[in-house]
Design a protein around this ligand. Structure first.
Ligand code: TTP
Ligand code: MG
Length: 360
């Protein structure tokens, strides 16, 4: 395979920018878009509001303390999906090789286009700016990991190219939290042993990486060295992901079973992050000493992707299961995915519809 050219694009302050586009009086002002009701957290906010320390996932009441003069607006998912659809239409006009990662984020593989990638990014930026007045940040590199890292480089309205000769030097000062695919738990554990930057992470051996990240250790080891062969996928196929283990000796020890579930929850959370997925259905599978399999599932009201929530749901399922026989196998799996934060409509359904329409 020759060297690839990958672009990662991410809209700036997406929900808030759409609100500013629909109501130009809001331009240049601190706009905070957030959920009402019990969750009451910030979905996103304009860069003007970020100056006050407001950020995504912060409880609205705290945002109001930090930025009392902010303009607080409810989330209008349908509207953002509509705009997102139009933005993707522009991306598809460049190439078919578009991987929609979320409502405002995509990878494009433009290796086959004999064009200057910076020129292509500028065309995309110009079209989106002229059509909707929205800005985005883009990263250009030779793989997905580096393209994504580049797009975060100088938000908003950024453009950054990472070439082979810059790696790994350019990555060294970055915080490990910038590495897409490293979960919150792993970050905590690495911080505990004094690892905060990619430079420090580069000192770990492959074995140590496996110890800290499980199955993804090898991938992360390679990625921070600039190796990432993941293709730009135009369709997602993940239907469920799971882990299970058969014990050497059967057990009835609940706290031991919880330890195992909690390890699985961590691995699966990393897998979710890896694919930018959110899950809604958690399933615990138990095989008892008589070789019978029992599965218990729970489907939640909201999509989640955090270790704590997945672990707690699994514990709850186990607590509701009456252990009256020894257990020989336990498994945990996740299904019912979305790529869109707090969003019910699948981006891929309409991305596919859109393509079908254009092919007609
Ligand atoms: P992001 O691209 O992460 O954020 P953003 O576009 O608002 O800002 P940035 O300029 O940093 O890219 O997410 C895209 C949208 O997804 C965002 O506008 C709102 C929504 N979202 C949530 O609803 N909850 C969250 O916790 C996050 C991070 C985003
Ligand atoms: Mg964004």
């Amino acid at each position: 395979m020759g060297k690839r050219v990958i672009i990662h694009v991410d809209m700036d302050a997406f929900f808030a920018s759409v609100e500013q586009m629909d109501n130009p009086k809001l331009k240049g002002k601190p706009v905070i878009v957030g959920g009402e009701g019990s969750r009451g957290v910030v979905s996103t906010c304009s860069y003007e509001a970020r100056k006050y320390g407001v950020h995504s996932a912060m409880p609205i009441f705290i945002a109001k303390q930090l930025c009392p003069k902010g303009i607080y607006l409810p989330v209008r998912h349908n509207r953002y999906s509509e705009v997102s659809e139009k933005v993707f239409r522009i991306l598809y006009s460049i190439t078919d090789l578009v991987e929609a990662v979320s409502i405002d984020e995509a990878y494009l593989d433009i290796s086959h286009l004999n064009e200057n990638p910076i020129h292509i990014v500028n065309i995309i930026k110009k079209r989106i700016k002229e059509s909707f007045g929205l800005t985005l940040s883009a990263g250009i590199s030779y793989n997905k990991f580096l393209a994504k890292t580049a797009s975060e480089w100088n938000k908003p309205n950024g453009l950054k190219v990472i070439t082979e000769d810059m790696v790994p030097e350019i990555l060294k000062p970055l915080s490990i939290s910038k590495v897409h695919g490293i979960g919150e738990r792993s970050i905590e554990r690495l911080n505990e042993i004094g690892i905060y930057t990619i430079g420090q992470l580069l000192r770990l051996t492959e074995e140590q990486m496996i110890y800290y990240f499980g199955k993804y250790g090898v991938e992360i080891y390679n990625r921070i060295r600039g190796h990432d062969n993941r293709p730009v996928c135009t369709e997602r196929e993940t239907k469920s992901i799971g882990r299970e283990t058969t014990f050497e000796t059967d057990t009835m020890d609940k706290s031991f079973l919880k330890e195992v579930l909690s390890d699985f929850a961590e691995e699966l959370t990393n897998a979710l992050l890896e694919e930018s997925l959110f899950t809604k259905t958690i399933t615990v599978k138990i095989k008892t000493e008589d070789f019978k399999t029992h599965t218990r599932s729970r489907t939640l009201k909201e999509y989640i992707n955090s270790y704590e929530e997945i672990k707690e749901t699994a514990f709850d399922i186990l607590d509701n299961y009456k252990i009256d026989q020894s257990i020989r196998l336990i498994g945990l799996s996740l299904s019912n995915f979305t790529n869109i934060r707090y969003e019910q409509i699948s981006l891929f359904d309409w991305a596919k519809r859109l393509k079908a329409k254009e092919e007609e």
